[in-house]
Design a protein around this ligand. Structure first.
Ligand SMILES: Cc1ncc(COP(=O)(O)O)c(C=O)c1O
Length: 371
């Protein structure tokens, strides 16, 4: 075998559905020397990560920490700990990630009732209310920011009706955290997970999670053992809690990364960061209008950080993406499922969300579409 030369990645502008561009100081943090994962300095840093995560999730939940793994590990963590075989669960499905949640819940042995909406539209509270008339679930789960469609489902009313029915509320904030308001305590959310590679400007590799005391109580009183040893919160809480009992070797460098990513988010200020994402989305939308392009997701519920741009009639959807990458070094995403071939998914997440990048994308699209 001929040993290949060292990998030299090109400099891309990551404007797809994630990962987004990594902040320079996050790269610097990741290049720092390794310490052991039970080193006192690392343990102090873990405490700082938990405290900053609570601030970013806007929660007092003690059980708030980054699961080792990507956003999907955060999803599995929430479901495997809260559901047992035979439990009832209602899952909102209005895109690819709602569908993934339904699959994960069913793999936990739960009886899943799917509440569906057309891709691009939100899950309406009345739909969940109707489902709650027919079943008494342990859990209702919703994707807050559907990356596959660019729709943002409001949580407050869904939370109210879910709790009135005595169920736990679980939300997916993989794309929302750090890019638009996520208010775990104010919205009375029991379980939430996210990812590092979108609006937190880090690489993929950790899944921030938070469980309310009510959710922790449910996990503690399970009849059966959590089927996943790796994701069992009852074991993980001894590692991330006071006792520091070895559970697994934390991905140390990724924890350096999230520490820096959270520091950046809090230094900027959450409100400022949300405003930045909103302003750059509006700038993009204005530019798209000038190009005769629109956004496919439901009006009034369009995500700031992920824009599902409608492919105009006659345009070569895949060809445009290919040219954006090869000629302009810009990565955007394709549509998934029913939106395949119909939209380009244009991310303005975290470090990527700035006016310069919006202009670069619009300029490139103008040249490509002219041809
Ligand atoms: C809304 C949402 N949920 C879950 C995931 C899964 O995260 P990951 O790909 O990091 O495992 C993603 C990834 O794009 C996502 O956008």
């Amino acid at each position: 075998m001929q040993i290949p030369s060292a990998f030299e990645p090109p400099q891309r502008l990551l404007m797809g559905p994630g990962p987004s561009n990594v902040a320079p100081s996050v790269y610097q943090a990741m290049a720092r020397t390794l310490v052991g994962h039970l080193d006192p300095t690392f343990i102090k840093m873990m405490e700082e990560i938990k405290e900053m995560l609570r601030a970013v999730f806007q929660t007092q939940n003690a059980m708030t920490f980054p699961v080792s793994g990507t956003g999907s590990a955060g999803m599995e963590f929430c479901f495997v700990n809260l559901l047992e075989p035979g439990d009832e669960a209602i899952i909102g499905v209005n895109g690819a990630f709602g569908a993934r949640m339904a699959d994960v819940a069913a793999r936990c042995g739960a009886n899943v009732t799917k509440v569906e909406a057309e891709w691009g539209r939100i899950i309406e509270p009345s739909q969940i209310a109707d489902a709650l008339k027919k079943t008494r679930p342990k859990l209702v789960a919703i994707v807050h920011a559907e990356t596959s469609t660019g729709a943002l489902t409001p949580i407050e009313e869904l939370s109210r009706i879910t709790h009135e029915a005595g169920a736990l509320l679980l939300i997916d904030t993989v794309t929302s955290l750090g890019g638009c308001p996520v208010k775990v305590d104010e919205w009375n959310v029991d379980a939430v997970y996210s990812g590092t590679q979108k609006c937190l400007s880090c690489p993929p590799g950790l899944a921030p999670v938070s469980l309310s005391p009510r959710a922790m109580d449910v996990a503690a009183k399970r009849k059966s053992k959590v089927q996943s040893w790796y994701l069992d919160v009852n074991l993980l809480s001894s590692y991330w809690g006071e006792e520091r009992v070895y559970h697994h070797t934390a991905p140390i460098t990724m924890n350096y990364a999230i520490h820096e990513g959270l520091r950046l988010a809090l230094t900027e200020g959450l409100e400022n960061r949300w405003n930045r994402h909103r302003q750059n989305h509006e700038l993009l939308k204005a530019g798209l209008t000038e190009l005769g392009l629109g956004i496919a997701s439901q009006k009034g519920h369009q995500l700031w950080q992920l824009n599902a741009v409608t492919v105009p009639n006659g345009a070569d959807e895949a060809g445009v993406r290919k040219r954006l990458l090869s000629e302009f070094n810009i990565e955007v995403g394709a549509g998934l499922g029913p939106l395949k071939g119909k939209v380009w998914r244009v991310g303005l997440m975290g470090e990527t969300s700035n006016p310069r990048n919006v202009e670069a994308f619009l300029g490139a699209m103008k040249q490509i579409l002219k041809k």
